[in-house]
Design a protein around this ligand. Sequence first.
Ligand SMILES: [Zn+2]
Length: 228
Amino acid sequence: MDKYRKLLADAGRVLAHEGQGDYVAGHVSLRHPDDPSLFLMKPAGIGLEEMTDENIITVDIEGNKVSGSGGRHNEVFIHSEVLRARPECQAVIHTHAIYAVVFSSLGKQLQAVSNDGAFFANGLPVFDETTELIIDQARGKSVARTLGDKGALLLRNHGIVTTATTMEEAVWLALKLNQSCHAQLMAEWAGGPKLVGDPQQAKVKGSYAARPDIFRGTFNYVLRRCGG
Ligand SMILES: [Zn+2]
């Protein structure tokens, strides 16, 4: 397996290990190292942790599969349109991370209940045009437009989308987004957060972790917990 396919497969393992799998739903993509108009993607019909050299597919920027034995997810347009709109980004993740999905149903703004919430203090867009799946280009473009220049977005009653210049950061955002939604949900269960991080302080706190070594370290740590 070349290093790019391995990175994609490892990302799937990390996400599955951290509870972001929804059986065979959810997907990860990585821009093709030789052609920025192509991307490698998890195939349909398998779990996030089951990607191999053989089943990973290659897809073009229009969302057409160009190679690989696996099937293509019908929500491929999240990936193609975010990668089209954000040329600097190399990786896109879409999962049905359960705490984020449940949190999105509250219609509340994410707050800095814990450190994790601080990482989204600069804004967390919510896509609420539809709660249906993102199965055509128009919806994919709409998701990309809502995401804007941010790294993470909630799809109301559906899931999350993250993107970044590295796979490790995209995974980190997915993990932290779900964790921050979990933290706030627990506060809501306990009667609602009364004391939260000051928004300005939260922005400063969030900036401390915006470091490639932290993204890489977190990714590799979870991989070690997966067994290598
Ligand atoms: Zn979905």
